[in-house]
Design a protein around this ligand. Structure first.
Ligand SMILES: Cc1ncc(COP(=O)(O)O)c(C=O)c1O
Length: 436
């Protein structure tokens, strides 16, 4: 894990790292809902918001805006690890995925099927179902495994066939935090249907580093900026050369592989360059490499190690504080020991409604989130027969002290309820069982 000097330097670079302007002091474990924002992102965003000029004019301000955009596209490509094919900005991860799925489903040969999985966010599922209906293609969902909380290449093999025209893969689940071995899944899909257009939702994986999009042999990868240390209201996607030129919404006057619709806000690009600059700085603490890509990869490895360390403390405890695996009341979705876990632990306590747990954690200064059996999380919670779960999502800038604070708070909530149970007989447990 990061030493004290480095973790302090890292935390210094983010806004609101330990204090919420509306609540006061708090631990931030709601990173899957939206990561912390870099101070440099806020600075460049503020600076560019005051520039009135537009892109594509022959004046110094306009030239600078174009330079910022060109630099940012290069930074996005370095971050993703792609050599060919355009990157473009859209209004959100959901909007990007809808457009990509639409182009793939309508632009591939008639008939056949589209394969996704029950692990996915509705962004890909809703888009696939909608466009399948319009295109006359069949939608098929690979069913994820409840115990491991993920899907495997073998799961896809059972569903994909020679007529699979499009496949979607989620890189990491926002509900369970468990990742998918994208490369292995793609290999199986390509063996069975070599021409399949493959779209990956990378939104929840991106903040955890380690992206090698060229190696995945896919056609599109989507990112949401507010999940990766930048700000709300935009995301970006990479598309392969062959998907980039399938018919899609764009102005006739623009090149066939151009996807942006209308004038983009230059600060969106500038903000993402600041994310890449940050990762470059972080990586440079671990390597002397001259290559920006190598430094970003080094940052990704360090992020992974830090998050593995944080999860280990959360599960197994440390410094005399017991972890979740020693709290028999707590069930962790995806199990205690899951090597595919990326910084996120979803849990429930049978005797206490999850919304109560989240509220009481908040009262003790720990921000988490309740996921309910609704359109966004029902795909995971319904098969578990659970009305809800508590999502505790960490990121590399979190510390072991914060994890201990969370464990202490959770233990105190469990003890309080157990004491109430004792004084009321079994009433409390019965009253709240399975109510959410
Ligand atoms: C895996 C995943 N896909 C898609 C989305 C949607 O992204 P956006 O909020 O940018 O539309 C989210 C948001 O939480 C997500 O976690």
């Amino acid at each position: 894990m990061y030493n004290e000097t480095l973790i302090n330097q890292i935390r210094e670079r983010f806004c609101h790292v330990d204090t919420c302007p509306y609540q006061g002091s708090r631990v931030y474990f709601e990173n899957a809902g939206g990561s912390l924002t870099l101070k440099s992102v806020v600075e460049v965003n503020t600076r560019l918001a005051g520039i009135p000029d537009n892109q594509g004019r022959d004046n110094p301000a306009s030239h600078e805006l174009v330079r910022i955009i060109d630099q940012s596209r290069e930074d996005m490509r370095t971050f993703l690890g792609v050599s060919e094919g355009p990157v473009f900005i859209g209004e959100s991860g959901t909007e990007l995925l809808f457009r990509l799925v639409c182009a793939a489903v309508l632009g591939t040969p008639a008939g056949g099927n589209v394969v996704g999985s029950t692990l996915e966010h509705p962004a890909t599922v809703s888009a696939s179902k909608r466009w399948c209906k319009i295109a006359g293609k069949q939608y098929r969902a690979v069913v994820h495994d409840n115990d491991s909380a993920t899907v495997t290449a073998q799961d896809y093999r059972a569903v994909v066939d020679g007529d699979t025209r499009v496949a979607t893969i989620i890189h990491t689940s926002p509900v369970t935090g468990i990742s998918v071995d994208v490369k292995a899944v793609v290999k199986v899909i390509r063996e069975v249907s070599p021409e399949c257009v493959i779209i990956v939702d990378g939104i929840q994986h991106a903040p955890h580093g380690d992206l090698h999009v060229d190696d995945y042999d896919i056609d599109a990868y989507a990112i949401s900026a507010y999940k990766v240390f930048s700000r709300h209201n935009y995301g970006f996607a990479w598309v392969s050369p062959r998907l980039s030129t399938l018919p899609h919404d764009h102005l006739d006057a623009t090149p066939d592989d151009f996807w942006e619709l209308g004038t983009r806000d230059t600060s969106e690009f500038a903000c993402f360059s600041e994310v890449v600059n940050y990762l470059d700085w972080l990586g440079s603490q671990f390597t002397d490499s001259e290559s920006r890509r190598q430094r970003i990869l080094a940052a990704g490895r360090s992020i992974h190690d830090q998050e593995v360390g944080l999860v280990d403390i959360m599960i197994n405890g440390a410094d005399g504080q017991k972890g979740l695996c020693d709290m028999p009341e707590v069930t962790v979705i995806g199990g205690h020991d899951n090597s595919q876990r990326e910084g996120l632990v979803s849990l429930y306590i049978e005797a206490i409604p999850c919304a109560d747990v989240v509220r009481q954690l908040n009262q003790q200064g720990v921000r988490t989130h309740v996921r309910k059996n609704d359109y966004f999380s029902g795909n995971i919670l319904e098969p578990l027969n659970r009305p809800s779960c508590v999502r505790v999502s960490m990121c590399h800038y979190n510390t072991s002290t914060e994890v201990i604070q969370f464990l202490q708070a959770l233990e105190s909530i469990i003890t309080l309820v157990a004491n109430k149970n004792r004084s009321r007989g079994s009433g409390y447990r019965t009253r709240y069982r399975n109510t959410g």
